[in-house]
Design a protein around this ligand. Sequence first.
Ligand SMILES: [Zn+2]
Length: 284
Amino acid sequence: MDKINDAIFLREFFPEKCLKITEINQQENQIRIYAKSITTQCRCPKCGTLSTIYHGTYTRRVQDLPILGKNVRLEIKAREYRCANDDCDATTIAESFDGFLDPYSRLTKRCADFICMLALETSCEGCSRICDKLGIRISGDSVIRLLIKRYESLGAPVVGEVVGVDDFAYKKRNTYGTIIVDERTHTPVTLLDGRDGESLREWLKNNKHIKVITRDRASAYAKVIAEELPDAMQAADRFHLHQNLLEAVKKALNQHLPATITIPHEVETRDFEDPCKKNRCQCG
Ligand SMILES: [Zn+2]
């Protein structure tokens, strides 16, 4: 009889140098994987010092990507270290297992990556519902918190010397904002409150390196840019150039067209034969 390979080696899906799987418990809707840390040192996230000062052991319960629709929980006997740098204010250091698990996170990094990707493609509540069907338990509010945490960890984006400024509506005729886009990368840099130019003024004060700003025709932005960055070039963006051109064409046409155009009432009928007469039918 042929030998059937029906086994997968779960340990290969975990950082083997840092974690050792000790037990796997398969239940009806959940797979529990028990593991223990086998690290001997840890890098302090605050000062970067490599520490070997053992502080204690504790159990971390985290969620991983599901296996065949079954929820996967990890129970890890993790170690805590103390920072070797006396000048560092970090009290204890939690392990990250080579980036497998962020310190203090309740999700593995790959699970958090998947949730963030799904939320950005759908919505936080939609993501929560899809995750539930797949075997990941997370609420919509937790998805929002995860996205915010990820966004905050990105740090301030590097802004080039050429940016575009425009307004947009959070709610039309009610609440507006200002968006700033890096024109070289075509990526949004930041969103500011309001469109009166005051929030833009504060932002420009911290970004004096900007040399070219494309903008709409609103005078509020033009005035603020001229005051804060008098040497920067202001350029109308393509959309507003088109808008300017269309308005100029419309104005020119209006000047040459008469105010009223009369459509003659008498229509030449000689070329048309009455179908009723032709077919001798009785109408009406
Ligand atoms: Zn430290």
